[in-house]
Ligand binder design. Sequence first.
Ligand SMILES: [Zn+2]
Length: 84
Amino acid sequence: MAYQCPRCSSPVQRGSNSVAGVVGGAIGGLLYAAFGQFQCKSCGPIPKSEFAPEVQAKMLQGSIVLGLVAVVILVAVIWLLGLK
Ligand SMILES: [Zn+2]
């Protein structure tokens, strides 16, 4: 899931946050990835509004997928805990 920086056209990454990863585990990391900012190595954080509309639509789809994965993991964990 790589997007281009609207300023310099180099690849941007979804921001990662080690604190969110530690606190929330996989779920926190996924939610942060779904709703966090994008980072360009040269320009720093890029607001989503700077990306082209079609790219923003793709990002929204990606965020929904990541959010659904987080919910599925959460439900699976609750279900597994309920079995014991
Ligand atoms: Zn850039």
